[in-house]
Ligand binder design. Structure first.
Ligand SMILES: [Zn+2]
Ligand SMILES: [Zn+2]
Ligand SMILES: [Zn+2]
Length: 312
């Protein structure tokens, strides 16, 4: 399973365009990996996590397109993770490539937001409400089903069939009715899946404070079932911050490390699991090279825009 980070910044992006703080000024001079768009992640080429306001420039910068994406998972309805405009571009006002349909897996609050900003049917998007503490399967690929409103949909080439198993967990973030979620995603079939293997598994935990007790309990149950993650990505928005105004909404680097260690202790990680952090803020996080050094002693890598990891 290949995981590509399209964006790795917190809500304001890095650098923040209205800011001249020390970090923002250094980032503007250096560019490269220190420039971060708002957080979004692509699994293989057909499963997208979040669709925020930077999806278009992020994909353009990395030279990728999202035409083969068949499933979209939304973590929560904050504007940096769900911007209906970025999905409106699926519309075909003139000609352009035909598109296969897209199923959107999101909480009711996220789907309400999406429905206000876009005519889902016309964009070939099918909403599928989900909530924390569920398990479901996603299938992607194959031949595109012809939508009579979009005659050229049949032109979209068949793509590899993949299956994913997804477990949703509650994040400690946002209003309770937003149902912010963390995901455990296991690829069970597709060209990347190995014969006889249980499936590459990713723990995806952005936009969360210290995990709720019920989430730890659900994770313990997954460990008993034999779920082992080959990669873990966890929120580190509050970086080196101290005296935070809303301490529970995100994690500091120290707390992120503790969560990684706790997942390992509870038996949820493979022996050589890749450990990463994401969702960085200009307020609390130094530019990429300094951040790399800061996380190195704990063997954690800061994700950066354009990084692709292969999870096994
Ligand atoms: Zn966010
Ligand atoms: Zn700044
Ligand atoms: Zn958020």
């Amino acid at each position: 399973m290949n995981v590509t980070f399209l964006g790795t910044a917190a809500a304001e992006g890095v650098p923040q365009l209205w800011c001249r703080c020390e970090y923002c000024q250094i980032v503007r001079q250096r560019g490269g990996k220190s420039i971060r768009f708002r957080t979004a992640t692509l699994i293989n080429d057909d499963l997208l996590i979040d669709a925020g306001p930077d999806l278009s420039p992020a994909a353009a910068r990395l030279g990728v397109d999202l035409a083969a994406v068949r499933a979209l998972l939304i973590t929560h309805p904050h504007y940096d993770h769900l911007e209906p405009d970025s999905l409106r571009a699926r519309g075909r006002y003139w000609d352009g490539t035909a598109l296969p349909p897209l199923t959107v897996y999101a909480s009711r609050a996220s789907l309400d937001l999406l429905g206000h900003g876009a005519d889902l049917g016309a964009l070939q998007m099918e909403p599928r409400p989900i909530a924390p503490f569920q398990r479901f399967e996603i299938s992607t690929g194959g031949a595109a089903v012809v939508d009579p409103r979009v005659p050229r949909a049949a032109d979209f080439p068949a793509t590899p069939v993949r299956w994913y198993e997804v477990w949703t967990l509650a994040a400690e973030h946002s209003l309770p009715e937003d149902e912010a979620m963390l995901f455990v995603i296991r690829q069970t079939a597709g060209p990347e899946a190995r014969e006889g293997a249980t499936g590459a598994t990713l723990f995806y935990g952005t936009d969360t404070g210290p995990f709720p007790e019920a989430t730890w309990a659900a994770l313990d149950r997954l460990a008993v079932q034999g779920v082992r993650c080959g990669a873990v990505v966890i929120d580190a928005t509050f970086g080196t911050g101290k005296n935070l105004k809303q301490p529970g909404a995100h994690l500091t680097i120290r707390q992120m490390v503790q969560h990684q260690q706790s997942l390992a202790r509870r038996g949820l990680l493979t022996d050589n699991a890749q450990r990463l952090a994401i969702h960085f803020s200009h307020y609390f996080t130094p530019p990429h090279d300094e951040l790399l050094a800061l996380l190195a002693p704990d063997e954690i890598t800061p994700a950066y825009d354009g990084l692709t990891i292969t999870v096994s």
